[in-house]
Write a protein that binds this ligand. Structure first.
Ligand code: C2E
Ligand code: CA
Ligand code: CA
Length: 684
């Protein structure tokens, strides 16, 4: 207790000094223009009256004494009177400063340098502390090495023991340098840092009579022995339990902040880290980027190859992404197939772009597991702080919007957030609500019909139904602007059913071979889809072979779409025709045509572009014919295209050159005209 109270007292002296040492005024009044009056009041008398320092010295940069306070008053002393012990401390402090101690202080990583020790000053055992005077603001500058110093001295043999007595209840505490310790007293030897003895701290302990002591000692010893054995036992148990606890605590802390599958930090960790980075950004000029990563087609991998492969893929990608980020930032797994990255010290847009490209490349590199090849893509949304905000949840929300945009644009790309995206998202959400409303009312959606011609006689053989939305606010809205909204919001089932019903009812009176209806892959994989189709056919009184469902090849090739495939087989078995729509826009090859259960192929209109090779169309047609499929060419816009398609043996043609999609009444009239034309011809 004595030792620690002494220690506390030793540390208190430099602590007192800090209140005047880090102060512009001190530097001005000591070093710049010495003001004796000011120094006396603030560095001398003040230290005595307020902190009980017994002596205070002020020295200039060359260690010359400028001022001395003793017992609360300024005194004039000879320069040589500075005790060697103080000179040693001054030397030590000057060395610390030369070694960069003040640089650390200015950076905020260390306290102001000081040199403290015990010493005998003017015959008193004392605590001595030396400290430089430095400015506290940029208003006053000072060359390194030119600091003035203050020295504080606290005698240990004056009021110090009285204080000890009061604070720590040590009775009759005193400091003694002489060999005068009485038998009733105990002493604690006080030494300097290099072990020079400077005296004893002495006090009278509360001691019971020795005779009593002698009587009880054996019992106490016995008791203590028993207690010691019990304690040993308890301590061993405790230590083991403690080790277990520490282990499990570390483990649960780790678990709380890490993802068990990949070992990456988790969402909780990410949020904390982002908060820290953002708060260090406030009031700073730097910037950082938040990247939100979402895999494309991950669900397919999981569904077709199983969860084990899915997990392996995630682990594999986590490692690749981590490597791509390396020390440029911090990566976490946010859950499922989502990752997030904070890129700190964002210096240029180029840097950011490179990081995104590395990540995109990492995602697409094929990954072979269990002998299967899994291909995924990656969508990245990026927000930048402080440009897009300094609030964590705002940044994450915006990154999410940007990912969504990347997905909308087809995935495998990165998108930087823009306010524009937010607006588009809001517009989209509004469209969704309005579409829901339109489906309720049932009178805003309207079918148009585009004739499909036979290339032999250029007569209408079939028709494709194309939906339009007569929007009360926006007017006519093309299907490409709302079909994907319907798909995403789960409205496609009802929309598709309405279209199918209307088309079948319209077609039952028309003398055509087929009515084509577009079917979304999502609609196709909804349970009970074939039954819905059969119900509608029955109600409309349309034979199954007159209905042709147009399905895109991506939907057919999606190996995970078991329900869709089964539905197609059921429909085909009942006689419904299936057309492969937009052939050539997905990744199917001619090879795939053989394995797909379809009746007809619709060559996408992009093949008719002047840049496209005509021999490809020729090859597709021949291949399709070889396996017994009919071929329709879409997007025929010129006479020349029409002639070419007829020449290469395309079965049917469809396009603006022949007819645009037209209203139901208009199409009925066109059919009528064709019929009377044929009748006229027959009559003639
Ligand atoms: P699609 O099935 O490929 O339909 C053909 C699209 O090409 C139609 O656009 C049609 O107006 C357009 N088109 C026809 N001939 C030409 C031509 O000579 N030149 C050019 N440039 N275009 C031509 P539309 O009506 O805007 O439909 C776009 C897409 O919306 C359709 O592509 C189809 O995928 C989808 N869609 C339309 N109606 C429905 C529907 O009822 N259900 C579903 N699920 N999707 C539909
Ligand atoms: Ca179509
Ligand atoms: Ca098409």
């Amino acid at each position: 207790m004595a030792a620690s109270s002494l220690d506390r007292e030793i540390q208190k002296i430099p602590y007192d000094q800090e209140s005047v040492a880090v102060w512009d005024d001190s530097v001005k009044n000591v070093r710049n223009a010495f003001d004796e009056k000011w120094v006396d009041v603030n560095l001398g008398v003040w230290m005595s009256t307020y902190f009980n320092h017994d002596r205070a010295y002020v020295l200039d940069a060359k260690n010359r004494l400028l001022y001395v306070m003793a017992d609360g008053k300024e005194i004039k002393v000879d320069v040589k009177s500075l005790t060697p012990a103080i000179t040693t401390l001054i030397g030590d402090l000057r060395r610390q400063i030369a070694g960069g101690a003040l640089d650390l202080f200015e950076k905020g990583t260390a306290r102001i340098p000081r040199s403290v020790d015990l010493a005998v000053i003017d015959g008193h055992p004392s605590i001595v502390s030396v400290m430089p005077l430095v400015p506290h603001s940029g208003a006053v500058s000072q060359m390194r090495g030119s600091e003035a110093l203050i020295v504080g001295v606290r005698y240990l043999d004056t009021s110090f023991p009285t204080n000890l007595e009061k604070k720590y209840l040590l009775s009759n505490a005193r400091f003694s340098s002489a060999d005068d310790i009485k038998p009733s007293e105990v002493a604690y030897p006080v030494t300097t840092k290099n072990n020079t003895f400077i005296g004893n701290l002495v006090w009278t302990p509360e001691l019971p009579g020795r005779s009593i002591l002698r009587q009880v000692v054996p019992f106490i010893a016995l008791g203590l022995g028993a207690v010691a054995i019990a304690m040993l036992f308890v301590i061993r148990r405790l230590r083991r339990a403690c080790a277990d606890l520490v282990g499990s605590e570390e483990h649960s802390r780790y678990l709380a902040y890490h993802d068990t599958l990949t070992g990456l930090p988790n969402r909780a960790f990410f949020v904390e880290k982002l908060n820290i980075e953002l708060s260090s950004l406030r009031g700073n000029t730097g910037s950082l980027a938040v990247l939100f990563l979402d895999l494309d087609r991950f669900k397919q991998v999981n569904d077709t190859l199983g969860h084990a492969v899915g997990d392996e893929l995630i682990t594999h990608l986590a490692a690749k992404f981590s490597a791509a980020v390396s020390n440029e930032g911090f990566i976490a797994r946010m859950g499922g197939d989502e990752f997030a990255i904070v890129k700190t010290n964002l210096s240029s847009a180029e840097d950011l772009r490179e990081l995104c490209e590395r990540l995109l490349k990492a995602a697409t590199e094929s990954f072979e597991t269990l002998g299967r090849r899994a291909m995924v893509g990656l969508s990245i949304g990026v927000t930048i702080a402080p440009k897009d905000g300094l609030d964590r949840s705002e940044l994450l929300r915006k990154a999410d919007i940007a990912v969504y945009q990347a997905k909308l644009k087809g995935g495998q790309q990165f998108q930087l957030f823009s306010e524009d995206m937010s607006k588009r998202l809001v517009a989209r959400q509004q469209m969704e609500a309005e579409l829901r409303c339109a489906l309720e009312k049932g009178d805003e959606l309207e079918l148009h019909f585009q004739p499909i011609y036979s290339s032999n006689d250029l007569r209408i053989k079939g028709v494709e139904s194309l939906v339009r939305w007569n929007h009360p606010r926006l007017g006519f809205v093309p299907p490409l602007d709302f079909i994907d909204i319907a798909e995403e919001s789960g409205l496609i089932g009802r929309l598709g059913e309405q279209v199918l019903r209307e088309a079948c009812y319209a077609a039952k009176d028309w003398n055509i071979e087929t009515i084509a209806v577009n079917v979304s892959p999502i609609q196709l994989s909804q349970p009970g889809f074939p039954e819905t189709v059969f119900d509608i056919l029955l109600q409309a009184g349309l034979p199954a072979h007159k209905l042709e469902l147009e399905i895109t090849e991506t939907a057919l090739l999606d190996s995970s779409n078991f329900i869709g495939k089964k539905a197609l087989r059921t429909l085909r078995d009942a006689g419904v025709r299936i057309a492969l729509d937009d052939f050539g826009t997905g990744y199917s090859s001619l090879n795939n045509l053989i394995s797909l259960e379809v009746d007809c192929v619709k060559i996408d209109r992009s093949f008719l572009q002047p840049t496209s090779s005509r021999s490809v169309i020729w090859a597709i047609i021949n291949m399709a014919h070889a396996i017994g499929l009919k071929v329709t060419a879409e997007g025929v816009e010129t006479e020349e295209q029409k002639e070419f398609l007829i020449a290469v043996g395309c079965d049917q043609i469809q396009g603006f050159h022949l007819s645009r999609p037209i209203s139901k009444a208009h199409f009925a009239a066109l059919l009528q005209k064709q019929k009377s034309g044929a009748d006229d011809a027959a009559a003639a």
